[in-house]
Design a protein around this ligand. Sequence first.
Ligand SMILES: [Zn+2]
Length: 277
Amino acid sequence: MKKNILLSLIILVILNACGTAAFTGRKQLLVYSDESVAALSDQSYTEFMQTAVISDDAMDTEMVRSVGNRMVVALTEYLSGIGRPDYLSGLEWEFKLVDDPAVNAFCLPNGKIVLFEGLLAFADNPNHLAIVIGHEMAHAVARHGNERMSQQALLQSAGQIATQVFSQTKYGQNSQTVELFAKTFAFGTNVGVVLPFSRKHEYEADRIGLYIMALAGYDIYQTPLFWEKMMGDKKSSSFDFLSTHPADTKRIAAISESLDEAAKYYRDPEYTIPAGN
Ligand SMILES: [Zn+2]
């Protein structure tokens, strides 16, 4: 009898915890509220920024900020236009460039995106930056962090899930949730290193990243070559970004196959790359 009640509770949680990913409409299991995931991300981000050194390169910092803003404006206008501003819930976008030679970038589920100066040796113009930023924004807007935490929660024992989900406070920060977030993002012990998403999430982030780029008017057709160049670099095996984003030929082929579909998101059919952009 007790078992049945527990089972019904779990089924209830799962039925109430379904969402769909922005743009792709893929069904997702999301057991956490946007607020709780955002609150945990805020904590991690604050901790990270306390030890990070902000870049003193004014031009690069401005380039990161302006590309980020352009992408955010385009995405916000689009989602509002289709009546889905809810996909932006819990997201407060921020773009920081840090003084660190690592070839790395990450995005937390609250929309805080950090780029490391080492990455700018490759992402050396606004269009290249838009490729990386679009991919990172896509993870956040498609709620991949919440989904990954939800999947992990489901893997834990049934009793634990029920306790975890039903004991959530407004910000959901009971110790199990905090621990799960730390495990999912590896932030507790290894600051600045976000664990790799699944291949499914990576492929989806690539696709959605292209859509956001197109909405913002960037040249999506440069994307496969950008990844090929990065992958082809002799030192690339030491790139943190490539350890979480393996730019293998399959992934690049999938990006190439998505280009024509992504091009439908250009708002100006007469699109040309603005000079100097
Ligand atoms: Zn990714």
